[in-house]
Design a protein around this ligand. Structure first.
Ligand SMILES: Nc1ncnc2c1ncn2[C@@H]1O[C@H](COP(=O)(O)OP(=O)(O)OP(=O)(O)O)[C@@H](O)[C@H]1O
Ligand SMILES: [Mg+2]
Length: 407
């Protein structure tokens, strides 16, 4: 019988008790997300800390997960890879639990990442301001370039495997705005080759992916697609033209299509020709080696100016930023609102943050940034200046009238 926990059911892993939480939008249902290989449940420890419990379907239960846990753990300190911190339940270390629930054989307990996936974000047709698009892409490029530099590749980059903690509560650093999940097939020197090689995800798979990809270059194509999706999502034409769960129809990937041409145009119009050219280099590549390395994207995005504002974002997405071009500052230097007294004001007008729900999940909410408060107080100063000027003019006219010899 398949594992079907109820809300509040308890289970003990490594002598710590965890309870299944309730889905924030489905009463009495445990909070779980099902992927192609597993269901990931949210569980809560006694102290209220949230964890994710990944329960694999039979075909993907493998002792490899347990063997890999120690090898993956050191990567948890890298930006975006916190889920590499993990404990795996095996018939040896959790004899009682696995005996009672055989489906929990080689289940993975890891930190819970707040936020929604990039896929959910696109499906919900949430909008991004141009500044938010750029910040999101910069965060992802920074994570991926850092991994690339260390010889690590995720190997299944796709919308459902990218979490936007960008929308999580304040106090997080730039590097923590995005987190990757589903790291079971990570490539790095010293990690064993998976039994079934990753074949890419629909809409993000390179033409060579069906052969199975597992190398240091594997993220180059899917990473490029994710980055351009984020960069272009601020454009209404792109949002409206999206295929669905991802921007591209899986059948059109690497072909000359209307969506490809629109994305190229948006990149060229809003960002730069080199960015559009990097995208076309990835799109037309025969092998992953022909795609630009991820460091190139980080470099290009670091050098990007704030994109040109050509549209009014929908009210729920934030508000329109003034059309100005702040000096470029490296990714790590961009402050996050709400600003601490020591932080300089954000160049962005608004940042979408999350309002935590009962179960620690998040839903996007808009919190205006400091520029908005500043411009509001600037308007008040202007209004008062005008009132005073009008008053003075009226006074002068009055005096002139009273003293007029023509009377
Ligand atoms: N640590 C986590 N914190 C919060 N949510 C998570 C976490 N890990 C996974 N999820 C959620 O569960 C979903 C499925 O997880 P995951 O991608 O690991 O499963 P999978 O079956 O291997 O997926 P795939 O279909 O990509 O092979 C993710 O898309 C994400 O929404
Ligand atoms: Mg996944």
């Amino acid at each position: 019988m398949t594992f079907q926990p109820n809300v509040d059911d308890a289970l003990t892993i490594n002598k710590v008790e965890f309870r299944f939480t309730e889905h924030p939008s489905a009463k009495s249902m445990p909070y779980g997300q099902t992927g192609r290989r597993a269901t990931v449940y949210q569980v809560k420890a006694h102290d209220g800390t949230l964890y994710a419990l990944k329960v694999f379907t039979q075909a993907f239960r493998s002792p490899r997960h347990a063997e890999n846990a120690d090898r993956l753990r050191p990567f948890a300190s890298l930006p975006g890879l916190e889920v590499c911190e993990r404990t795996v339940t095996t018939p040896q270390n959790e004899k009682k639990l696995v005996g009672e629930h055989p489906d929990l054989t080689y289940a993975v307990l890891m930190p819970w990442v707040n936020g929604e996936t990039w896929q959910e974000f696109m499906l919900a047709q949430h909008t991004l301001t141009p500044q938010q698009s750029l910040e999101l892409a910069r965060s992802l490029a920074s994570i991926l370039a850092n991994m690339e530099q260390k010889g690590i590749a995720h190997c299944d980059l796709s919308g459902p495997n990218v979490m936007l903690s960008f929308f999580a509560p304040s106090g997080i650093s730039q590097g923590e705005r995005i987190a990757l999940v589903d790291v079971d097939d990570l490539y790095a020197s010293g990690l064993p080759r998976p039994e079934k090689l990753p074949g890419g995800s629909p809409g993000y798979a390179h033409k060579t992916a069906p052969q199975g990809l597992w190398s240091a270059e594997t993220d180059r194509f899917a990473g490029a697609i994710l980055l351009v999706e984020m960069l272009a999502w601020c454009d209404q034409r792109v949002r409206q033209g999206a295929f669905g769960e991802q921007y591209f129809d899986p059948a059109e990937v690497q072909k000359d299509s209307k969506r490809y041409r629109l994305l190229s145009t948006v990149l060229r119009e809003r960002y730069s020709t080199p960015l559009a050219e990097s995208f076309s280099q990835a799109w037309q590549s025969e092998t992953l080696n022909d795609c630009p390395p991820l460091s190139k994207w980080a470099e290009l995005l670091g050098a990007s100016q704030t994109p040109v504002v050509t549209e009014v974002a929908a009210p729920e997405a934030g508000f329109v930023l003034p059309t100005f071009k702040p000096d470029f500052r490296p990714i790590e230097d961009i402050p996050l609102p709400p600003e601490s007294p020591t932080q300089p004001p954000s160049p962005a007008g608004a940042v979408v943050l999350a309002s935590p729900t009962s179960q620690g999940s998040t839903s996007p909410a808009i919190i205006p940034g400091q520029v908005s408060r500043k411009s509001k107080s600037r308007s008040i100063v202007w209004a008062w200046t005008l009132v005073v000027l009008f008053g003075l003019a009226a006074l002068i006219l009055g005096i002139l009238y009273v003293n007029c010899p023509c009377k």
